[in-house]
Structures are given as structure tokens and as C-alpha cells.
Ligand binder design. Structure first.
Ligand SMILES: NC(=O)c1ccc[n+]([C@@H]2O[C@H](COP(=O)([O-])OP(=O)(O)OC[C@H]3O[C@@H](n4cnc5c(N)ncnc54)[C@H](OP(=O)(O)O)[C@@H]3O)[C@@H](O)[C@H]2O)c1
Length: 341
């Protein structure tokens, strides 16, 4: 399998490290994985014989752009060159999630699929905005578009839905889909601190990003519930169809009042029918202990499906962080290998 990796950030670097750590497993699976291209925004590395991943991992600690990598690194290695050269089986797309335009991810993914390459991505923007079109191209070309990393990294929400809920009508989806906000809410409850104090703790623990707005304002959860809804319920909803409210306005008093009534506040993404109309929302909800989502604690995520024939199912837990996200990319790679396409 010849791989091209676009995006050498937290997840991209962790993916390269994971390929090394899991070399024994890849051998057992009879997977001959060769990474021929790795690109960042300033250039990249190309080696037709396969990049030395051990050297790349060491180089990645330097923080230098890939163009400075001796042995194939150049600022002339671009996505257009990759398309012109060809010779790739799987494109792994890990550029930042742009929820407004989906770019540059949409262009990367669509071009790769048109080339007849499989694509694996963790990038939410293209999947949220263009799933049906991209998946149709994949299907026309007889390749796979795997997006298992986009709805909570390790949480097998989308693949679980696609594979194990196949044939059932999904009547509703609800989830605690953002680990950062879940951690902050728990801190506010347990340490009786303000939202601002809990956010600082999350940042100090490396859980929240320096700019956490996509998480705390609810947009990350909105993207994930939209992806789940559009793919698993075959809808074509947009971000403007989702009523989004984050956790930034919650006060210690809100949390305390809920706790006094035996309730836990969670940021819930939900897609469900009301009077035959699909309503999609993201908002803090005070859940009673008998609600299964109220038990998704700490950085954990959870998703609950209600179906017509398979009943109610919930998936919860999973590791978080870049290594877990990289592992979600690896599991999609294995799926392509094991299913033969
Ligand atoms: N972090 C997680 O735990 C996690 C979990 C699930 C999904 N995801 C998704 O996975 C993707 C990658 O996340 P990340 O945390 O690794 O992001 P990141 O650290 O911001 O890295 C993004 C990478 O993409 C590169 N890039 C940006 N524009 C590019 C372009 N036009 N052409 C080529 N490369 C380009 C950047 O290069 P420069 O450094 O040169 O700018 C950087 O190497 C995102 O879409 C994210 O939402 C992340």
C-alpha cells in the first residue's frame, strides 16, 4: 500500500509514529505499508522507495517544516505534484477542519478520489459539507472514503453506525461528542469553579486548545452531529440547520442547581424527529441519572442511537488525543486492507 499523508500536525505525526509502533501488527496482517509523500503547508517529502519513518519521527521533534528534511524534503513537493506523479493507493487527509469552506480538504479529497485513490480523513469540514458528493465519487471510482476519525476520534460512532446499524432506520442520534467541554463541565461541578477557571485547567492539562472556541461554543459538536445525521440518516443538513448553544454562559450556580436536583449538565448534540420534522440541536442539557449519556464522564464521549429494528444502542468511552485519533486513521486503513478495497 503506497500512502500519501497530507498534514503533518499533531495527528499526522502521531500516525507516522503509530505505523512504526504497530509494524509487527502490519506484518501479521501482511500489509506492506510504504509512505511515499508527507506534505505540510510549506512543502513536503517525496521518496518513491518509501520515506524512512524512523528518521521522519526524529525529524518531527525538531519542529522544522518538512521541506528541510534531508532525503526528499523540498518546498517544491506540493499537492499538484503529487497528483501529477500519481503512484498512490491511499491518501490520508489531515489538514485543519474548516467548517465554513471545507478547504483545502475538499479539494484534496475530491482530487484523490478522482485519481482512483482510497481516502481516509479525520477532517470534519469536507465530510460535514460535501459527504454525499465525495462518497458518490468514491463509489463511481470503486474506492473507499473512510471517515471514522471525524466524529470523536477513537469513538466508533460513524463506522459503528454504518456497519453495525446497517438496514435499520435510525430514528434519533444523541451524543456527548466533545471531550474538552465534558471535562470542563465536570471540573465546574466537582471543583465548584467558574467556567473560566475550568477552562484554564483544561488548557494546562493539554485537553483544551489555546483557542478553544470551536469546542466551547458548540461548533465542534455541531459538526459531529451533522456528520452522523447526514451519513447515517441520509440527510443533507447544513450548519445553519442546527440550533447551537455552547457552554460559555454556564455559571457555577447553574451546575449547582442541577446537581441539587440530581441532574448532570452535559453538552448534548441531538438529531430527532418532532412532529415529523428533523430537529438538530447542540445545547447544554441537565440529564437525570437514568439517562445513559449522563454517565459519560471526564474526557469521555458517547453516542446513543434509537433505531426501528435494532433497538437502542450506545457506544461510549475511548481514548482521546492525537494518538487515539491516529489510531482511528489506522483502523480505517486496516478496514480497507481487510475488505480488499
Ligand atoms: N487533534 C485531534 O485529536 C483530532 C481528533 C480527531 C480529528 N482531528 C482532525 O484531524 C485533522 C488534523 O488535526 P491536527 O490536530 O493534526 O491538526 P494540526 O496540528 O493543526 O495540523 C494540521 C497540518 O495540516 C497542514 N496543512 C495546513 N494546510 C495545508 C495545506 N494546504 N496543504 C498541506 N498541508 C496543510 C499543516 O501544515 P503547517 O504546519 O505547515 O501549517 C499541519 O501540518 C483536523 O482536521 C482535525 O480536526 C483531530
Amino acid at each position: 500500500m503506497r500512502l500519501a499523508l497530507i498534514g503533518n500536525g499533531g495527528v499526522g505525526k502521531a500516525f507516522i509514529q503509530l505505523l512504526l509502533d504497530k509494524s509487527g501488527l502490519l506484518l501479521k496482517e501482511k500489509m506492506d505499508v510504504q509512505v511515499n509523500y508527507v506534505l505540510d503547508s510549506k512543502g513536503g517529502i517525496y521518496n518513491p522507495a518509501g520515506i524512512d519513518l524512523m528518521r521522519l519521527t526524529e525529524f518531527n521533534h525538531s519542529g522544522l517544516p518538512l521541506s528541510r528534511f534531508s532525503g526528499g524534503g523540498s518546498d517544491q513537493i506540493t499537492f499538484n505534484l503529487l497528483l501529477a506523479n500519481g503512484g498512490v493507493d491511499v491518501l490520508v487527509e489531515l489538514t485543519p477542519s474548516n467548517l465554513l469552506t471545507g478547504e483545502p480538504g475538499i479539494t484534496h479529497i475530491e482530487s484523490a478520489l478522482q485519481m482512483g485513490w482510497h481516502v481516509i480523513t479525520g477532517n470534519k469540514g469536507p465530510v460535514m459539507l460535501a459527504w454525499h458528493n465525495l462518497n458518490r465519487i468514491a463509489s463511481d471510482k470503486g474506492v473507499r472514503l473512510m471517515v471514522g476519525c471525524t466524529t470523536g476520534g477513537a469513538l466508533p460512532a460513524i463506522n459503528g453506525g454504518l456497519i453495525d446499524l446497517a438496514g435499520a432506520d435510525i430514528l434519533s442520534i444523541e451524543g456527548v461528542l466533545n471531550g474538552t467541554t465534558n471535562f470542563i463541565l465536570e471540573e465546574m461541578e466537582e471543583d465548584r469553579c467558574t467556567y473560566e477557571e475550568a477552562l484554564v485547567k483544561a488548557q494546562q492539562a493539554g485537553i483544551a486548545e489555546t483557542n478553544p472556541s470551536q469546542d466551547v461554543e458548540g461548533w465542534d459538536t455541531a459538526a459531529k452531529i451533522l456528520i452522523l445525521t447526514n451519513i447515517l440518516m441520509n440527510e443533507s443538513k447544513l450548519l445553519q440547520d442546527v440550533a447551537v448553544k455552547g457552554i460559555t454562559a454556564l455559571t457555577p450556580q447553574d451546575i449547582r442547581e442541577a446537581a441539587n436536583n440530581g441532574l448532570k449538565i452535559k453538552l448534548v448534540g441531538r438529531a430527532s424527529f418532532q412532529d415529523d420534522q428533523l430537529i438538530i440541536s447542540v445545547r447544554p442539557e441537565a440529564l437525570p441519572p437514568e439517562h445513559p449519556l449522563s454517565h459519560a464522564n471526564g474526557k469521555n464521549k458517547a453516542v446513543r442511537f434509537v433505531t426501528d429494528t435494532l433497538g437502542e444502542l450506545m457506544i461510549t468511552g475511548g481514548a482521546s488525543g492525537t494518538r487515539a485519533a491516529a489510531a482511528a486513521i489506522l483502523r480505517d486503513l486496516l478496514f480497507i486492507h481487510r475488505t480488499g478495497r
